[in-house]
Ligand binder design. Structure first.
Ligand SMILES: N=c1c2ncn([C@@H]3O[C@H](COP(=O)(O)OP(=O)(O)OP(=O)(O)O)[C@@H](O)[C@H]3O)c2ncn1[C@@H]1O[C@H](COP(=O)(O)O)[C@@H](O)[C@H]1O
Length: 87
């Protein structure tokens, strides 16, 4: 189990060290267009799960959306503070 900030730190480290076999490195290399499509895809799955699935399934979909948003943020070079100053 990890928090939003801990996942962001882990993904930032993946971006920095680029370990073999990392899905995050592949997602970053795919570029902002592919990253944005993933965000939209996961957002749609969250919406559908909220309407039709149980809490467990919904929570899993939300976790995937958060992951995809973090990949897009790191791809564009945004930090957590860049976001938090608007919350
Ligand atoms: N939290 C996640 C996470 N959430 C979602 N995903 C990716 O998103 C996929 C699920 O999304 P989809 O529904 O689009 O499934 P899919 O279409 O079969 O996936 P793709 O073929 O598009 O990859 C998963 O198979 C993962 O590839 C994640 N990949 C990694 N993490 C975490 O990120 C960290 C770094 O991971 P690596 O970079 O892979 O080492 C680790 O802590 C992981 O647990």
């Amino acid at each position: 189990m990890k928090t939003f900030d801990e996942l962001f730190a882990e993904l930032s480290e993946r971006a920095r060290t680029r370990p073999d076999g990392s899905g995050t490195v592949a997602a970053l290399d795919a570029g902002v267009h592919a990253q944005g499509k993933k965000v939209l895809e996961e957002a749609g799955e969250v919406w559908l799960a909220a309407e039709h699935e149980d809490d467990e399934h919904l929570a899993e979909e939300v976790s995937q959306l958060l992951y995809r948003v973090q990949v897009l943020m790191i791809g564009r070079g945004l930090s957590l503070d860049d976001i938090y100053r608007y919350l």
